[in-house]
Design a protein around this ligand. Sequence first.
Ligand SMILES: *Cc1c(COP(=O)(O)O)cnc(C)c1O
Length: 381
Amino acid sequence: MSKAGFETRAIHAGWEPDPSTGAVIPPIYATSTYKQDGVGGLRGGYEYSRSANPTRAALESTLAALENGERGFAFASGLAAEDTLVRALCRPGDHAVIPDDAYGGTFRLFDKVERVWGLEYSSAPVSDVDAVRAAVRPGQTKLVWVETPTNPLLTIGDIEALAGIAHEAGALLIVDNTFASPYLQQPLTLGADVVVHSTTKYAGGHSDVVGGALVVRDLDLAERIGFHQNSMGAVAGPFDAWLTLRGLKTLALRMERHCDNAERIVDLLVSHPAVSEVIYPGLPEHPGHDVAARQMRRFGGMISFRHADGAEAALRFCERTRVFTLGESLGGVESLVEHPGQMTHASVAGTDLEVPDDLVRLSVGIESLPDQVADIEQALA
Ligand SMILES: *Cc1c(COP(=O)(O)O)cnc(C)c1O
């Protein structure tokens, strides 16, 4: 199925209709254990559901097919995937480079959990190849960790160039592909070693499940990650895996509409007097526009903007919208609005990762465009 088109893989990869019933969709295999045909006589390799479960296996194969990888791994959350990856690839005393505007939870994981365990880190802007190179410590740096676009400032990193920097220093390039989704960007084909997802966002796409994933090409890496997935146990349950698979089937359609609507809303914001700056990689004046145009199919459904009247006005905007629901998270069918400074990025206040207090982040959903536009206009008025 790997040669088939994206939409075909999203719908058919990872599952053949069940030979015993013809079921076209994988059942939710709510089972912890499996009958053995004699000691060690496993059917299809299943022995205990922490190690492997057929519903999770279907999701893992689909994710691998969509990212052009060899193996996928599904976890209970994006952060569970991240923690498992760090333990699989690093030892105390090692070093990682992370984005200077990393997702707040990723920053907290590195700063408050992995650092205590013994992993050192430095942060660098992913858009600045020289700064990332300068932050790498050859021999000690094991991971160069990148988000592109980043959250919430939508900074773009050049995946191919960053892979070169990581590999020169003997490190691996990890790309958190949550904001783009595999439909818009496939980092493994650009030289990344591991793709990370919070499948909670666009992959699941319906704001009804929390999950995470890792995808790799290299089978040796896959073995280390698989060992840690089983040893640490932060796996996706079968119902969560099923919901995520259901979401992935419509990923292409959803992403096209997220992008269509976001582009129209960007047009509105750019010419609005209450908006001082619009941050969207699709804008020609965005500093990462050319790189984004090269490595992404389209520019995504996330928009950040700065309110011309300051922090209070930005907060008021967030509380006035009706179609855009005030809430954390992103990537669902419904539009969401949030104030990063006081919500998703409150934990980085006072650090180098602090974001402007007049910043508003929109996750543009797939409701009717005129309703989205009218909502933003009334909230800015
Ligand atoms: C949400 C998010 C995560 C963390 O994922 P969870 O599923 O919430 O644990 C990591 N990276 C990015 C970019 C995210 O948006």
